[in-house]
Design a protein around this ligand. Structure first.
Ligand SMILES: Nc1ncnc2c1ncn2[C@@H]1O[C@H](COP(=O)(O)OP(=O)(O)OP(=O)(O)O)[C@@H](O)[C@H]1O
Ligand SMILES: [Mg+2]
Length: 490
């Protein structure tokens, strides 16, 4: 056991309005399997990069071990995988890499293929194997599940469960739960470290939030009461004092004394009032409301919207999946399921009329307006205002959705290239949510998206029943929203 000791860590990006970390103290054990969660843009990746020594900061970080970060930044996808790995981490031994690949169920031949031809899941697993192929390091693993199919997630979860000495960032609740023994959370206004998993934290958090909400309610009532009686006492005291002015045989000393006493009481009450107000201000700072999202759905007269029979995609000379049949009708939420490389994104391309070789029948209603969110978002320059103009979006609607998805107002001034991964993804989701369409096609919409927004999107789909085609691997999400699941098999 050794400790990573973080003291008075303060960091802000140049030109930003507020620090991401302010006087943070933390002790982390290098033997832990530490889960790391928090909403998009709260600073998880920044924290890992600070540990890597990527930025200068105030305070101190003591590291008993060297650290390594996942994902690696891959610049050349076209060279042979083994050559690529050597450029990324030159000191690994091949037998160790092969051993880790074996545990992760990746075929050895992949090492001798260009990296670009491997499926997303294979790429992820090989890079993870590389990370673990060297010992005596503390590993910083930033969102490994994106682009992994359900089976891939299970394999990686089991793999990590048997390792230790890492920080793991993920928004997949079941994934995190099955692996970690400690959990670090960036909440809205504080950072919490606990023994346990995501679920442990969530239970504690619910209790804490509930207590604060009750306390808040109590203080609100108390404040109203104190304000009222302080006002009454003050008026009273003024009135009593005023009776001194009139004529007649009155003991003016007595009246003055009574008024002063009343005034004193009113002052005490004022102090109690101010104290209650101060106490109330401290509450609810870390409560994240799950705000409802609104959608714009257009109905189309066609029945069905899409009809596919004996449909398959052909690459080379063969089908990549057994021919399928499906209908998309108004209000359906169809989810395509299948392993990495099984052809899910290709079906979407065919529906969008792109150049993919397919066979069978695919009838799409004329004039169907489709709003599409691709799996990989393209590079965006400029800031939110420029994006709104370029994409001709309703600015108020678009910004309202982003605010509800957790963006602060300050965020709108930052160049999009500096957004966190989840924030970038949210731009494309918000764009689609804003659009008026008959059919929404979303390819892995939840990659990079934080848990609260996952729930918001879930609720929105349930409330508006948009006609949708989804590709997604988050089990909890699919169970809630899918009206039909279509499995692709080889
Ligand atoms: N170079 C930069 N200049 C200014 N702000 C930046 C820069 N890089 C990141 N930020 C901001 O810092 C905040 C934290 O970003 P970070 O990538 O650490 O978030 P994250 O918690 O990893 O989010 P996600 O869950 O989406 O990956 C974000 O609001 C982001 O916009
Ligand atoms: Mg991140």
């Amino acid at each position: 056991m050794a400790l990573i000791n973080i003291r008075n860590l303060t960091f802000e990006y140049p030109g930003s309005l507020e620090p991401i970390f302010n006087d943070l103290d933390l002790k982390l054990d290098t033997d832990w399997k530490l889960g790391f969660i928090g909403r998009n843009g709260y600073g998880k990746t920044t924290f890992l990069k600070l540990l890597m020594g990527k930025f200068s900061y105030k305070g101190s970080i003591t590291k008993p071990l060297p650290m390594a970060y996942f994902p690696f930044s891959v610049n050349n996808y076209n060279i042979m995988t083994l050559d690529l790995l050597e450029t990324l981490q030159p000191n690994f031994e091949l037998w160790r890499l092969q051993k880790e690949m074996n545990l992760l169920e990746v075929r050895e031949e992949t090492l001798y293929l260009p990296f670009s031809v491997l499926s997303g899941g294979e790429q992820t697993k090989i890079l993870l194997a590389l990370l673990f192929a060297e010992e005596e390091r503390f590993l910083l693993i930033d969102e490994p599940t994106n682009h992994l199919d359900t089976h891939g997630r299970e394999v990686v979860a089991k793999y990590l469960e048997n390792k230790k000495g890492f920080i793991l960032v993920s928004h997949d609740r079941e994934f995190i739960n099955s692996i970690v023994d400690h959990i670090l959370i960036i909440e809205k206004n504080k950072i919490v470290l606990q023994r346990g998993t995501y679920d442990t934290w969530e239970q504690n958090k619910n209790l804490e939030d509930q207590y604060e909400l009750e306390q808040n309610q109590k203080l609100r009532k108390e404040i109203r009461r104190l304000k009222q009686s302080a006002r009454e006492k003050a008026i009273w005291s003024d009135n009593v004092e005023a009776t001194k002015i009139g004529s007649g045989p009155v003991d003016k000393g007595y009246i003055g004394h009574k008024a002063a006493k009343m005034m004193k009481r009113s002052k005490t009450m004022e102090m109690r009032y101010e104290k209650a107000v101060e106490e109330k201000k401290k509450l609810l700072k870390n409560i994240e409301p799950i705000e409802p999202l609104q959608m714009n759905i257009l109905e189309h007269h066609a029945k069905p919207y899409i009809n596919a029979e004996d449909f398959t995609i052909i690459y080379g000379n063969s089908n990549i999946f057994k021919p399928i049949q499906f209908l998309v009708e108004n209000g359906d939420c169809i989810v395509f399921k299948g392993d990495n490389g099984s052809g899910k994104s290709s079906i979407i391309k065919a529906i969008l009329g792109k150049d993919v070789p397919w066979q069978g029948r695919l009838e799409i209603a004329k004039g169907l307006i489709i709003s599409y969110v691709p799996q990989k978002f393209h590079y965006v320059n400029g800031n939110i205002n420029e994006f709104v103009n370029e994409e001709q979006l309703d600015k108020t609607k678009f910004l309202t959705i982003l605010r509800k998805l957790g963006f602060s107002r300050n965020q709108f001034e930052i160049p999009i290239e500096n957004f966190s991964m989840g924030q970038k993804k949210k731009i494309f989701l918000a764009k689609s949510i804003c659009e008026k369409a008959n059919l929404f096609i979303w390819d892995e919409p939840l990659n990079y998206i934080d848990v609260i927004s996952r729930i918001q999107i879930e609720n929105m789909i349930l409330e508006y029943s948009p006609t949708m085609i989804l590709i997604e691997h988050d089990r909890r999400f699919i169970d809630k929203v899918a009206t039909d699941i279509i499995e692709l098999s080889k």
